[in-house]
Ligand binder design. Structure first.
Ligand SMILES: [Ca+2]
Ligand SMILES: [Ca+2]
Ligand SMILES: [Ca+2]
Length: 265
């Protein structure tokens, strides 16, 4: 297979360790050990300034529009030493305009793999990139919207709501309206015998999806979010992340550790 672009419109994503699906909701129970005290020092909560897109972005999985060159690129880190997967670089960028929030990922990857093809499939078991968005950081019991997207551009989207300090409900039947996701593979998807170069992904999310949380952002508005990536095939998997969640085992679902999303002109 050669380089291909996969587009899904109206797709959604879920979560990794400690997730149990029960009927209408997925109950995410954070394992006690996952929140155990860490010996590594906690990095400061990072801040990302989301700039306005100065020109149109085509959601085709290729991060080559002129607008992207003005966005700050963040590189995901590898906090979990116990994992055995390759440490492959990821750059992520965000932009906004009057219609959408835009997110892009560029993933170096010598072996691009993704099996799931249906919306709300467990794409986090594939090569996948994720973003969790909390448009109302001042809320007491944190709810956020998750998007987990594999190298085919298949989306698992959900609403995650805290029910106790250590457990969350994951509503995967929540589907973002008008979301567009596309991935582009530079290599051969699911051919494990050759060496790939990587894959990239773009997503656009219309603002109306956040209206129960927050009015549309204007310059100076501050939301919170985190970015992460699952890479590799079991047993050699690895998670990388923007703001270290400070869990003992890989677990990005810690909204107290989300970074700041500051909207600027
Ligand atoms: Ca593009
Ligand atoms: Ca991979
Ligand atoms: Ca969904």
């Amino acid at each position: 297979m050669s380089r291909g672009a996969f587009t899904r419109e109206g797709l959604a994503a879920g979560k990794g360790p400690g997730v149990r699906l029960t009927g209408r909701v997925a109950v995410s129970v954070l394992l006690a050990g996952a929140l155990a005290a860490q010996t590594r020092p906690a990095p400061p909560i990072p801040k990302y300034e989301v700039r306005r897109a100065a020109s149109p972005i085509s959601i085709d999985g290729k991060v080559d529009e002129k607008a992207w060159s003005a966005a700050e690129a963040v590189q995901l880190a590898f906090p979990w030493e116990s994992q055995t997967g390759a440490r492959q670089k990821t750059l992520a960028r965000l932009l906004w305009d009057d219609e959408n929030l835009y997110v892009s990922y560029e993933c170096e990857d010598a072996d691009v793999t993704a099996q799931f093809t249906g919306r709300d499939d467990p794409t986090y078991r594939d090569d996948a990139v994720e973003i969790f968005i909390n448009p109302r950081p001042q809320q007491q019991t944190t709810a956020y919207i998750g998007l987990e997207m594999n190298a085919r551009g298949v989306l698992y989207d959900y609403l995650s709501v805290a029910v106790t300090p250590k457990s969350r409900l994951v509503f995967k039947r929540f589907n973002l309206d008008g979301v567009k996701v596309a991935a582009s593979v530079n290599g051969t998807l699911n051919n494990r015998e050759d060496t790939d170069r990587g894959w990239s992904l773009e997503v656009s999310i219309p603002w109306a999806n956040f209206e129960e949380f927050s009015k549309r952002p204007s310059p100076g508005a501050s939301w919170s979010f985190n970015l992460n990536r699952w890479d590799g095939v079991e047993p050699d998997r690895r998670m990388s992340i923007w703001s270290d969640s400070m869990t003992e085992r890989p677990n990005p679902h810690v909204p107290d550790r989300f970074g700041e999303m500051l909207f600027v002109q």
